[in-house]
Design a protein. Structure first.
Length: 154
């Protein structure tokens, strides 16, 4: 089983969740939440949780540490459960205004940018990172594989 449920009040991320299907190895259904915020909200989150007092496009808050591509087993996460019993992998915050600005800047749709930011955030929840030259292409490849499945690749 490798299902992912994405909870978001503002947008339906079911296609993106399904696209993560082949990217996750688990013995249970996983869940994540995505929230949208304005520039002030994301700046405050960034300052409070990372010590960086500036606006950013997306922030991720993993519920637990995980190595990219490693199997997630329900028995190892008895306390990271949502209301439905799914293993909760974490939260992603997206700045709506930055998504709109970046879509214009990169010359693609806002839908593509929001899904990219969501995929990027979920990859972080799954343990991916882009801080080193070695890690960055691995994470970018995972993001692009997922987006290609929903016809939102570059």
């Amino acid at each position: 089983m490798n299902d992912l449920k994405i909870y978001c009040e503002e947008m339906n991320f079911s296609p993106l969740a399904a696209a993560f299907g082949g990217e996750i190895e688990s013995d249970c259904t996983l869940s994540a939440e995505i929230i949208f915020t304005d520039e002030e909200g994301i700046r405050e989150l960034n300052a409070r949780t990372r010590g960086i007092d500036s606006v950013t496009d997306v922030l991720s808050y993993p519920a637990f540490e995980n190595a990219p591509g490693s199997r997630i087993c329900a028995a190892e996460h008895p306390f990271e459960r949502d209301e439905e019993g799914n293993v909760f992998i974490g939260s992603v915050a997206i700045c709506s205004k930055r998504a709109e600005e970046q879509a214009k800047e990169f010359g693609h749709s806002v839908e593509r940018e929001i899904n990219y930011l969501a995929a990027h955030g979920i990859c972080h929840l799954l343990g991916y990172d882009h801080m080193t030259d070695e890690d960055k292409p691995i994470m970018r490849a995972a993001e692009e594989r997922v987006l290609a499945k929903i016809n939102l690749s570059r």
